[in-house]
Design a protein around this ligand. Structure first.
Ligand code: MIC
Ligand code: SF4
Length: 646
């Protein structure tokens, strides 16, 4: 039987396991990326593994999240990252050079290769025919050390595109439509693979927008074929030699096929405060907006910014709106300048910011109280913008600019004829923002400021777990709930004792204090627990506070992997209605937990309070079980190295 593109790439990289959906496989990783907010920890972990130089074909360390330097902390982290990159053979993308996913797509994406990144939107490079996936920093550190990346073989969902997009409708609307259909948990355990005649009508950056936002479906990755459009893109980046054709076989077998006729799509918008609360723009048109931002790794490429300039060349921004642009990369900014569009945007009154994540992760750009902010960003989880009662809508650049012009949410089709954006055949390429490591970095001194604290040590799993259900939460809890970000907390990413004080702070500001008093803790949760970011701090910091298990209805993929890496046992209810039986604060005992895990048992009994007991499922591989018993992946790897087995 024929293969899908996803299966072809996996087959080419398979080291362990069989390509049976749901079973564990280990694959070779060709490239890795990190960003600064997860990178400091990832490199401390890489250092702790004890390997002198990365073993990947290419590893890149980006600085794009923590760009505000309101004290020494972020600047210290930048220097640490630059020096440790030189030490271990990693390319370093300097602060201001752009968002990791946009820069990686432009300069390093390569059809048919695998990419693992310590950021959940790493699938962006799937727009260029890669199998690109997000993971926790420790998994990326292991990949840099030449170890396979372990995951469950995904189901491959085929998205068959026909037709072509109507004027004023763009790539963002394709993925918003899919989010409307499938919700934020519809992609868990799946790779979304696009095929069909409509694919050829989408540019690589359009495809990257769709691949990027597949993360909001909970998908493991999104893969586009590599075709003539891909070749032209790589040529425009002066990298045509990287091109190769990559298509699904005509008899490829998709787990499921979803048909989308591009020509019937209309402008869509995600309402507060979840990326899947999607409606046609017409349903919410007329609501006044106070801030409009074009940016983030989903929609900040050349065309996204030029579309805004084209619209604003003959129109004004409404005086009630702060219209802002966060270019995805320095290359985007430079080319928008060369083609004369930057001048138009400046003249129109756009606030042009540096290239990076900025307001997407609450690094500035917080909206005013009680006002609507319209953004081309990835996520609108409550409070993520930095304003606690925020009302953030997510949409295409076309909807964003039309709304900035009218001062209210606007269907761009109301503006008349749509602009035509011409993409340069060859971009001006300038890699000044990327520093290559020396051939031999062994003599490079790694610079550590006081913000870089050593990794905490974790003890092995106890035989019996006696814990308190200190917190019970609902469905769709995000990593932003568990370990918030923003300009105050993000600079603490390399200091676990400090950052752990903010765990669950938006839900219970006293959680950290209570946790340290409680000893061992079990968190109880609902469906899709841990959706969103890849930040391992959402496992690492709770573990530091004493969280030893999480009992939920279902987990998001990356969060579950991070829990295992830091020795937190992921449990799911055998009977989901047992969720209602557990009260917050209950005492929980799991007798023989360690033994049950090591013996390969699929279920375990939890004693709740004095007289209740329930069953929980443990969906764990052999490797997961050994890691959990050791207390963390690092403990396990170190023990293997000491025993001469790794
Ligand atoms: C995000 O968009 O939530 C982030 C910030 O990029 C995270 C990574 C992090 O928390 O550092 C992600 O998506 O993985
Ligand atoms: Fe940065 Fe936002 Fe993309 Fe995360 S989603 S990498 S914060 S731009």
């Amino acid at each position: 039987m024929g293969l899908t593109v996803t299966e072809k790439i996996i087959a080419d990289h398979l080291i362990e396991g069989e390509m049976i959906p749901g079973s564990q496989i280990g694959i070779r990783i060709d490239q890795t990326l990190t960003q600064d907010a997860t990178g400091t920890m990832a490199y401390l972990e890489f250092e702790a593994i004890g390997i002198p130089r990365v073993k990947t074909e290419l590893s890149v360390s980006y600085v794009d999240h923590n760009l505000l330097q309101s004290d020494f902390r972020n600047a210290d982290d930048h220097r640490f990252l630059q020096s440790i990159a030189a030490r271990f053979g990693i390319k370093f993308s300097r602060p201001g050079n752009g968002i990791c996913h946009q820069v990686h797509l432009e300069r390093f994406s390569s059809p048919g290769k695998t990419l693992l990144g310590s950021d959940s939107h790493t699938p962006t490079s799937g727009g260029c025919g890669m199998l690109a996936m997000g993971a926790g920093g420790l998994d990326v550190a292991m990949a840099m050390a030449g170890q396979p990346f372990y995951l469950r073989m995904p189901k491959v969902v085929g998205i068959r595109l026909t037709g072509s997009l109507a004027p004023w409708v763009s790539a963002r609307d394709v993925i918003l439509e899919l989010l409307r259909k499938m919700t934020v948990k519809g992609g868990v355990g799946k790779v979304m693979e696009y095929f069909g005649p409509g694919v050829g009508t989408l540019s690589v950056t359009d495809r990257a927008t769709i691949a990027n936002k597949g993360t909001e479906l909970g998908a493991t990755g999104t893969v586009f074929p590599s075709d003539e459009v891909t070749r032209r893109f790589l040529k425009s980046q002066n990298r045509e030699h990287e091109w190769k054709i990559l298509e699904a076989d005509s008899d490829a077998n998709y787990h499921e096929i979803i048909e989308i006729d591009l020509s019937v799509l209309q402008p869509m918008i995600a309402c507060p405060s979840s990326p899947d609360k999607v409606v046609p723009v017409t349903e919410v048109a007329g609501k006044p907006v106070s801030q409009v931002i074009i940016g983030s790794c989903a929609n900040s490429s050349y065309r996204d910014i030029v579309v805004a300039a084209e619209i604003l060349e003959i129109r004004d921004i409404d005086p009630s709106v702060s219209f802002e642009i966060n270019p995805g990369s320095r290359q985007v900014l430079e080319n928008v300048d060369i083609s004369g569009y930057l001048r138009i945007l400046i003249h129109a009154g756009a606030r042009i910011h540096q290239c990076g994540c900025l307001g997407c992760i609450g690094m500035g750009q917080a909206p005013a109280t009680g006002t609507i902010s319209l953004r081309t960003f990835t996520r609108n989880f409550p409070g993520r913008s930095g304003t606690s009662d925020d009302m953030v809508y997510l949409c295409s650049p076309e909807v964003a600019v039309a709304s900035a012009v009218k001062g209210a949410i606007t269907d761009p089709r109301d503006l008349g004829d749509a602009p035509e954006v011409v993409i340069p055949g060859i971009f001006t390429v300038n890699d000044n923002g990327i520093v290559s490591p020396p051939q031999d970095g062994s003599g490079v001194e790694v610079i550590r400021g006081p913000n870089i604290q050593p990794l905490p040590e974790f003890d092995p799993l106890p035989e019996d777990l006696k814990a308190s259900a200190l917190l019970k939460v609902e469905d769709n809890i995000t990593t932003d709930h568990i370990m918030p970000a923003g300009s105050k907390i993000l600079p603490l990413r390399s200091n676990i004792p400090e950052i752990s004080r903010y765990v669950f702070s938006a839900i219970d500001p006293k959680f950290a204090v209570k946790a340290l008093e409680a000893g061992s803790i079990v968190i109880v949760g609902g469906e899709n627990y841990g959706q969103g970011s890849s930040r391992e701090h959402a496992a690492l910091a709770p573990r530091y506070l004493g969280v030893r298990a999480k009992l939920v209805k279902s987990f998001a993929r990356i969060h579950k992997a991070n829990l295992i890496n830091f020795g937190i046992v992921p449990l799911t209810f055998v009977d989901p209605s047992d969720y209602d039986q557990i009260l917050q604060g209950a005492d929980i005992i799991i007798p023989g937990l360690r033994q049950a895990i090591l013996a390969g048992s699929d279920t375990v009994t939890l004693k709740i309070g004095a007289d209740q007991s329930i069953q929980a499922r443990m969906e764990l591989s052999e490797r997961d079980r050994k890691i959990l018993a050791s207390g963390s992946l690092l403990n396990w790897v170190r023990a293997k190295i000491e025993a001469g087995q790794a």
